[in-house]
Design a protein around this ligand. Sequence first.
Ligand code: GLY
Length: 436
Amino acid sequence: MRVLVVGSGGREHALVWKLAQSPQVTEIFCAPGNPGIAQIATCLPIGVTDIVELADFAEKMKVDLTVVGPELPLTLGLVDELAKRRLLAFGPNKLAAELEGSKVFSKSFMRKYEIPTAEAEVCTTRAEAEKAVKAFGLPCVFKADGLAAGKGVVIARDEAEKEKALKLFFGERVFGSAGDRVLVERFVTGDEVSCMVLCDGERAIPLATAKDYKRVFDGDRGPNTGGMGGHSPSVFVDATTAREILTDIVHPTLRGMAEEGRPFRGVLYVGLILENGMKPYVLEYNVRFGDPETQCVLVRLEDDLLPYLLGSARGRFDENAKPVWKKEAGAAVVLAAEGYPGPFERGKPIEGIEDAMAEEGVFVFHAGTAKSPDGKLVTAGGRVLVVTARARGLSEALTRAVHGAEQVQFEGKHFRRDMGSKAMEILRERTGSGLS
Ligand code: GLY
């Protein structure tokens, strides 16, 4: 079977790595890929937004399944273009991808189907936003309606931050048309959890739980990023909460989307907050795998990923489909370039990947890397590499990932060492906690 993976990050490297292990996969292409992916797949010079070119390639090369990594090609209708040509694709179509593509759509969808989420107002002017902030009080959250490369959510904790946010959204209009409509949302405190479920339009197959750490610095300080690391299991989700997430959130979402004529296929990634002692709330929907949650989860998947992706793409999972997870934990540490998540340096030579990979249970997934004209591996993105480790326990997996992160060298490298300290505290408090 021929598979095309669309994307170029650490998430796509992990997907290609896992799919390459499938006995059914004979050839893997990746568009555009990265130097790490190029070691195990054929990379193509086609960008993720080149919808027609991607579909032309899949048609010409008789690709059996296209797996779409990032949200942008999904919201641009890549799956629809492939479907027009009777080609199978893993991921939601354009209508279903609006769950991530428009925060205004997803908020009104949640209201309509009574899915727990924070109160919010849709604002198009500064005056409306000021009124909403007054009603909710500080802190509160500003969210650009459209896709904003992970930067469209701003938490205003005090008056100064509120003024800054108002200026950003309504004065400077840094989000362009993605910020034409802005959600001002009540702030909910608690532990954030990433819940990813594979969907075939009706059924949901939960993946192992995971948690990511979005702030750039240790101690959850500094600005938000795409994710500086994470671990699986999340440890914040016990069996009761996991059931609640499925019955109160995931199943109503799938039923609602089907009722709206937008049946959801692909991976639904629900960003949740667990308010102390309260029911889980939806912070946001994503319509693709999380990055770096996917790396933490896929290193734990015992069985073949391909049949799940095929079942989802065909609109029907196998009757008995139920993933088997290794009784081990996964942890990921993102190595970022100097300046990230602001403007960052590129072209810095990278060394030590082989040393990190020589450690037992350590996998280094490439994200923002490139080959220089003289063939050297250099940095080319904000998140450069994702050092991922698997080990018998969460603490060991995190230690291994941090140790691996220390082996890799490039000028300006920075990463978080503290991830999981809160998780470890919770684990220590619990007795007999199992992995899930
Ligand atoms: N790790 C957060 C995300 O993938 O959106």
